[in-house]
Design a protein around this ligand. Structure first.
Ligand code: ARG
Length: 266
C-alpha cells in the first residue's frame, strides 16, 4: 500500500510538470489542477529511464508503438486509417522526452492494417519507416506461454482519465486478468481469442489510457529478455475498479504479423 501511494504521488508530480510544460488542454479545470481529481494516475505509472525501453515509439497521430524491426513499428489497427502507401505518420524514437533534441524522427512510407479489421478484435497494424533506426527491437510472443504473470506497459498517453498527453514516457506494471474474469466486466464486447486483459481488478488505479494505444504490453521471458504479449487497445475509462485494460493478444496474431512484415520488406 505504501509503495502504491508513493507511486501515485510521484505520478501526480510528473503529471503536474508535464501539464505545465506540455499542456494540451489549457482550458480544463483538470489541466490546471491535476490533484483536483484524485485517480491514481500511463495511469498509476512512474517515469521510465532513458534507454529502459529503447524500442518504444511515439506516433504522430497520438499513439504508441514498438519497433518490431528497425524499420517496422507494431501498433494498433485503430491508430491507422487503413492499408497502403502512407507518408503522413511521423515516428519519434530513441527518447523518453518527446521534446529532446536527441529524438530520432522518421516518416512512414506504408501501413498494413490487420486484414479483416472491422473495429472488433484484430487490433494490430504495421507501419514501415522511411529508413531503419539504429535501436533495439522488441520480439513478439508467438505462443501463449507468456500470457500470464505481471506485465509492464509504457506510453505517453494520459496519466489520468480525461487527462492530457505526456511529454515524458511513463511505465507501470499490471497483473494478467483471465478471459472469464474479463468477460464478466465486458461481456460480448470482449473477443477472448484476440484479446488479453490486465489490471488490478478490485482496486483499479493502474492502467494504460488514451494515447497509449498501439504501445506494447510486455514482460520478461525465461531467458530474461523483454517479450511483447499485448498491444494497448481499449478499456472502460482508465484504471477504474472492475474494468481491466484490454490488449490485443499478440501471440494470436504473431504469424499474421510476420507475414505482413515480410510483405513490407523488412
Ligand atoms: N483506445 C485508447 C487509445 O486509443 C487506449 C485506451 C486504453 N484504455 C485502458 N483502459 N486501458 O489510446
Amino acid at each position: 500500500m505504501l509503495t502504491y501511494f508513493k507511486a501515485f504521488r510521484r505520478t501526480l508530480a510528473v503529471a503536474a510538470v508535464a501539464l505545465a510544460a506540455f499542456s494540451l488542454q489549457p482550458g480544463s479545470a483538470q489541466a490546471q489542477d491535476p490533484t483536483a481529481r484524485p485517480g491514481p494516475g500511463v495511469v498509476g505509472g512512474t517515469r521510465a529511464a532513458q534507454g529502459e525501453f529503447p524500442w518504444m515509439v511515439r506516433l504522430s497521430m497520438g499513439c504508441g508503438g514498438a519497433l518490431y524491426t528497425q524499420q517496422i513499428v507494431l501498433t494498433a489497427a485503430h491508430c491507422v486509417d487503413g492499408s497502403g502507401p502512407n507518408t503522413s505518420i511521423t515516428a519519434t524514437a530513441g527518447v523518453v522526452d518527446l521534446q529532446s533534441s536527441q529524438a530520432i524522427k522518421v516518416k512512414s512510407t506504408q501501413v498494413v492494417q490487420a486484414p479483416g479489421y472491422t473495429g472488433t478484435g484484430k487490433d494490430w497494424a504495421l507501419i514501415k519507416l522511411a529508413k531503419p533506426v539504429n535501436l533495439p527491437t522488441l520480439k513478439i510472443a508467438d505462443n501463449t506461454a507468456y500470457n500470464n504473470g505481471t506485465f509492464t506497459v509504457a506510453g505517453w498517453g494520459a496519466a489520468t482519465e480525461g487527462g492530457s498527453q505526456q511529454r515524458y514516457l511513463l511505465k507501470a506494471n499490471v497483473p494478467f486478468v483471465d478471459d472469464a474474469t474479463c468477460q464478466k466486466a465486458y461481456g460480448g464486447a470482449l473477443t477472448p481469442g484476440d484479446e488479453i486483459c490486465a489490471g488490478y481488478l478490485e482496486q483499479g488505479g493502474v492502467d494504460t489510457c488514451q494515447g497509449d494505444s498501439g504501445g506494447p504490453m510486455f514482460r520478461k521471458d525465461d531467458a530474461g529478455a523483454w517479450i511483447q504479449v499485448g498491444i494497448v487497445s481499449w478499456g472502460e475509462g482508465c484504471a477504474r475498479p472492475g474494468y481491466p485494460g484490454v490488449y490485443s493478444e499478440v501471440s494470436t496474431f504473431a504469424a499474421n504479423i510476420r507475414t505482413a512484415a515480410a510483405s513490407l520488406g523488412g
